[in-house]
Design a protein around this ligand. Structure first.
Ligand SMILES: NC(=O)c1ccc[n+]([C@@H]2O[C@H](COP(=O)([O-])OP(=O)(O)OC[C@H]3O[C@@H](n4cnc5c(N)ncnc54)[C@H](O)[C@@H]3O)[C@@H](O)[C@H]2O)c1
Length: 464
């Protein structure tokens, strides 16, 4: 179903049956790679262009440079079927393409604004090589007004190519699934046939298509991320209040979430949001609002609360160890900003570990897949191969990422390995009964601390 907010004509819903022509995707990162592989898997001929030759060489061997469920298998399959071609030359990638999608990074500048230099460079070089009816599409997340401003870069040799924006809503850790089953496809553009051509690429996907003006499409993308970030910060403030008044945030969140106007998703109390999108998009939206004279207080509060959650967590670890972290061994379980990915950009783990180390703690960390990406940010931190190795001799075990592996730990076994039986769960993800029954003091977010029944204080363990 296509909903058209910008175009009056009901004929907009005439997505054709013919297979779309070749597509060039520029940027082989999370969004570009997943987009290219999934479009190719649907039978479209895709060229994937990147300036990073090492990345392309790895991809050519059928290996994705990022950890994402199903991605390696799909990549190998589309390469073998000849549906995906890897390119380091713009002219080669763009020649004959009916659509060029720009999916390069928009990292934050020091003041929080989105850095659009990669988008401008990629668009300019693609336009110079594109045919006169090629549709240019911005897939990167860009601030409201950007696509309209970028139109001037689509003029070349007396031609003016249509430019649309098609923001991406996938989440890392479930990127392939999210791309294939999005809640909707949003396309922003002022050229109806060009928007239809973009919509045709998603004809195999069972999701409503919303076609609107470019600035509204850009704002939908920022609005989604900002709203979800607000939800997380909201529940974290409720969690703080729960600790003060003796309530249980999980019960409160269940109650809130049962109301269909609210929903339970993104009401997980704990260490807050991280990753390459929420923090940067919330700040970029705030900057975009400021540019137009608006002070978006709600966004600023969400960012501040998120930062506070990390320092509150470290303070909890400190309190659990009677105020002194000097020389204490802390086992940190989880480095990725969320389960399912090896991405540690803006991850809570990085802030928490640096803070613990600044306070003199001896940190040993682990993660199922993100140890090497995290080691680049934390060169002095010891990495353990798995959770059981990590907790050996620990004065406290802290959970930073809610990997299923950590939920399933054998706490009786962990109890035999640690020096002190203290767990601080930054994601409220463990089975509290299992942890407490193994003799641990269990500290979480927005809930009363639980101690083992027999002992008010966990005994000091002897380590073999
Ligand atoms: N990562 C996510 O979960 C996610 C989700 C939705 C939207 N987004 C948005 O999508 C965009 C891309 O994000 P990402 O995480 O995939 O970025 P990324 O940093 O993982 O990848 C960007 C890629 O672009 C390549 N590149 C840079 N300049 C280029 C050029 N001129 N020509 C060709 N390639 C070039 C880089 O080498 C890199 O491989 C961002 O705007 C981001 O906000 C990201």
């Amino acid at each position: 179903m296509i909903r058209s907010a910008a175009f009056a004509s009901p004929k907009i819903n005439c997505v054709g049956n013919a297979r779309p022509g070749p597509v060039c995707v520029t940027g082989a990162g999370y969004v570009g790679l997943v987009t290219a592989v999934c479009l190719a898997d649907s039978g479209i001929e895709v060229r994937l262009l990147d300036i990073d030759r090492d990345r392309l060489a790895l991809l050519a061997r059928g290996r994705a440079p990022i950890h994402e469920p199903m991605l390696d298998e799909l990549l190998a399959s589309v390469l073998e079927r000849g549906l995906l071609r890897l390119c380091d030359d713009t002219a080669d990638a763009v020649r004959g393409a009916t659509v060029v999608m720009i999916a390069v990074g928009t990292p934050p500048l020091s003041d929080g604004r989105a850095d659009l230099s990669q988008v401008r460079a990629a668009l300019t070089s693609a336009v110079a090589c594109a045919g006169s009816d090629t549709v240019m599409v911005i897939k990167s997340t860009v601030p409201p007004g950007t696509t309209v401003n970028l139109r001037r870069l689509c003029r070349h040799d007396g031609r003016s190519l249509p430019l649309a924006v098609c923001p991406e809503f996938l989440s890392e850790g479930s990127a392939v699934k999210d791309f294939r089953q999005p809640p909707q496809v949003v396309i922003g553009g002022d050229d109806a046939p060009a928007c239809r051509r973009v919509a045709e690429l998603f004809a195999h996907i069972n999701a409503p298509v919303l076609i609107t003006d470019p600035t509204s499409a850009e704002l939908i993308k920022y609005g989604v991320n900002a709203f979800l970030a607000l939800k997380i910060s909201f529940i974290n403030e409720i969690a703080h209040l729960c600790e003060l008044v003796g309530a249980d945030v999980e019960t409160v969140a269940d109650g809130l979430g049962a109301d269909s106007r609210i929903g339970r998703a993104f009401l997980g109390a704990g260490l807050g949001f991280g990753g390459s999108c929420f923090p940067k998009d919330v700040r970029a939206l705030d900057q975009a609002a400021s540019y137009h004279g608006q002070t978006f207080e709600l966004l600023r509060a969400a960012v501040e609360i998120n930062a506070q959650q990390r320092s509150r967590f470290v303070a909890k670890v400190q309190r659990a160890l009677r105020g002194n972290l000097h020389g204490r061994r802390i086992a940190v379980l989880g480095l990725a900003f969320k389960p399912g990915t090896d991405d540690v950009r803006q991850a809570a783990s990085i802030d928490v570990i640096r803070h613990l180390e600044d306070l003199g703690a001896d940190v040993v960390a682990t993660d199922p897949v993100a140890r090497s990406t995290a080691a680049l940010e934390l060169p002095a931190t010891r990495m353990a191969a798995d959770a059981y190795e990590c907790v050996r001799g620990a004065d406290a075990v802290v959970i930073v990422t809610e990997w299923p592996e950590y939920r399933a730990l054998d706490w009786q076994r962990v109890a035999g390995l640690v020096r002190r039986r203290i767990v601080i769960d930054g994601r409220n993800c463990l089975d509290a009964d299992a942890v407490v029954n193994a003799g641990f003091t269990y500290v979480s977010t927005g809930r009363p601390t639980r101690r083992p029944a027999a002992t008010a204080q966990a005994p000091r363990q002897r380590i073999a």
